[in-house]
Design a protein around this ligand. Structure first.
Ligand code: C5J
Length: 225
């Protein structure tokens, strides 16, 4: 069992053999200029700051033999899995499916939909393509985790209050114990990250726990079987 005494709102215990790290949507379309995040008017450089911590978290998880899952928010080339309500909302400079400098925005197989090279999945790691914000919606994630006996989930990625929080809430409702790694997640809005972390921990961990990459790595390296 691995133990994080300083997790909030209280200590978090997790069995590495039954724990997965889920890295949400660290895609070029969200982190690089010219992608979906930038088309919505966001400063994408904020998100790039978490890449070193996410690399360290991935290294610790891989060294401990955790199941590693990466997700990508993207759509089929014919946009059949993109509801008009999602595509037509607001006034972005480029909509989902439009051609931008990294190919068609948020379309599966296009350069912008790929995970950034610094966090590229290793051969054999699971990559889930998801049309929604939550990674359980319209994907095989639930079946994949159940088949491997996963009971605990560690979360990283972007954005904290959108796809990360949505997936963590979906997981919570499905009975997983969930922990958000605070320095390996970020939002285009600093205050939304702060608020999300507070929401997760509030009311006795109503959505789950939070801890830092260093705390997770230390717990994994001193875990006892
Ligand atoms: C957004 C995401 N923010 N991955 N997607 O549209 O959080």
């Amino acid at each position: 069992m691995a133990h994080i005494a300083a997790a909030l709102p209280f200590a978090f215990d997790f069995p590495p053999a039954h724990t997965a790290l889920i890295v949400i949507d660290m895609q070029r379309d969200f982190l690089e200029p010219g992608g979906f995040g930038a088309a919505l008017g966001n400063d994408v450089t904020r998100l790039q700051a978490i890449v070193p911590a996410t690399q360290a978290l991935l290294a610790a998880a891989r060294a401990a033999g955790l199941l590693v899952v990466h997700t990508r928010e993207d759509h089929a080339p014919d946009l059949s899995d993109c509801p008009p309500a999602k595509r037509n909302r607001g006034a972005p400079s480029l909509r989902i499916g439009d051609v931008g400098p990294m190919g068609r925005i948020l379309v599966r197989g296009e350069p912008g939909a790929e995970i950034i090279p610094d966090l590229a999945p290793l051969a054999g790691e699971i990559v889930i393509d998801k049309p929604g914000k939550g990674a359980f919606y319209a994907t095989p994630l639930g079946e994949i985790l159940a088949a491997r006996g996963i009971t605990h989930l560690l979360f990283a990625g972007v954005t904290t209050e959108v796809c990360v929080q949505t997936t963590m809430r979906e997981a919570n409702d499905r009975g997983y114990d969930c922990l958000l790694v605070e320095d390996a997640t970020d939002s285009y809005f600093a205050e939304f990250k702060t608020a999300t972390i507070a929401m997760i921990r509030a009311q006795g961990g109503i959505v789950g726990w939070t801890a830092t990459t260093a705390q997770v790595a230390a717990a994994l390296s001193s875990a006892v079987a």
